[in-house]
Design a protein around this ligand. Structure first.
Ligand code: UDP
Length: 240
C-alpha cells in the first residue's frame, strides 16, 4: 500500500546558495546530487513536485546594480539567466537518478527549455514529471522567492517548501548569534513585521493574500523533506 502523505503537490524553492553547497558560489554537483536523491525519495511516494530555482550562486541583480552596473533591469535579467543555468544542472542531475523532468522558462529560449505556460506546467505535474521553473517571474525587480509564491498559487500547490541551510526561521541569524531561537510557527504578518530575512515582502504578501502556507526547513539534513511530506513538524511553518 502506498505510504500516506500530507502534501500531494508541493512547490520546492531551492536558492542558489543551496546549490552552491560548501563552495559558497557556482554549482556544487555533489551537493545537487544529494538534493536530487532527496527529491527522488518523495517523488517515489507519488508527490507532485514543482521546483523554483534561485540564481544567487551565479549572479544577483540587486548587489550587482548596487556596485558597478547602473542598470538594475539588465542586472536582473542576468540573474534570471543564472537561474536557468541552475535549472539545467538540476534537470540533468535528477534525470541521472531516474526522475523525469521538464524545465519551463519564464523567458523564452526554446532550444534549452519549454516556455512557461501554466496549463502545460500543470499537465506535466499531473503526469508526475518534476517541473523546474527557470528565469524567475520573467520580470526584473522581482526575486525567485516571489516566483515561488506566484508559481505555487498558479499550480495550486498545497505548500511552499523553502529549503535553507539552517533549521528554520530564527529570532536572528543563527550562523552569527548563538542565542538565536527558532520559531515553530509564525503568521505571515509576524514574518513581515519582524523583518526576518527569510523571504521578501512581495513573496510573503502573495502567500498571505492567497492563503498558501510555507515551511522553512533545513535541506542539508537527510530525510527532512520526506518527514515534512509525511506530516512531521520540521522547521518553521508560516501560515495565516
Ligand atoms: N530575478 C529577477 N526577477 C525574478 C527572479 C529573479 O529579476 O522574477 C533576478 C534578480 O536579479 C535576482 C536574481 O535573478 O537577484 C537571482 O534570483 P534570487 O536572488 O532570487 O536567487 P536566490 O537568492 O534564490 O539564489
Amino acid at each position: 500500500m502506498p505510504e500516506k502523505v500530507k502534501y500531494k503537490r508541493i512547490l520546492l524553492k531551492l536558492s542558489g546558495e543551496i546549490l552552491a553547497g560548501t563552495k559558497g558560489y557556482g554549482i556544487d554537483l555533489e551537493c545537487i546530487k544529494k538534493i536530487a536523491l532527496e527529491i527522488k525519495g518523495i517523488h517515489q511516494l507519488g508527490v507532485e513536485i514543482a521546483i523554483v530555482v534561485g540564481g544567487g550562486n551565479i549572479f544577483r541583480g540587486v548587489s550587482a546594480s548596487a556596485h558597478e552596473m547602473e542598470d538594475r533591469a539588465s542586472a536582473d535579467y542576468m540573474g534570471m539567466l543564472a537561474t536557468v543555468i541552475n535549472a539545467l544542472a538540476l534537470q540533468s542531475t535528477l534525470e541521472n537518478v531516474g526522475v523525469f523532468t521538464r524545465v519551463l522558462s519564464a523567458i523564452e529560449m526554446r532550444d534549452v527549455a519549454e516556455p512557461y505556460i501554466r496549463r502545460r506546467a500543470i499537465r506535466h505535474i499531473e503526469k508526475k514529471r518534476v517541473v523546474i521553473f527557470g528565469a524567475g517571474t520573467g520580470n526584473p525587480f522581482f526575486t525567485t522567492d516571489t516566483a515561488a509564491s506566484l508559481r505555487a498559487i498558479e499550480i495550486r500547490a498545497d505548500i511552499i517548501l523553502k529549503a535553507t541551510k539552517v533549521d528554520g526561521v530564527y529570532t536572528s541569524d543563527p550562523m552569527k548569534d548563538k542565542s538565536a531561537k527558532m520559531f515553530k510557527t509564525l503568521s505571515y504578518l509576524q514574518l513581515l513585521e519582524k523583518r526576518l530575512a527569510v523571504m521578501d515582502a512581495t513573496a510573503v504578501s502573495l502567500c498571505m493574500d492567497n492563503d498558501v502556507s510555507i515551511v522553512v526547513f533545513n535541506l542539508n539534513k537527510p530525510g527532512n523533506l520526506k518527514r515534512i511530506i509525511k506530516g512531521e513538524s520540521v522547521g518553521t511553518l508560516v501560515k495565516g
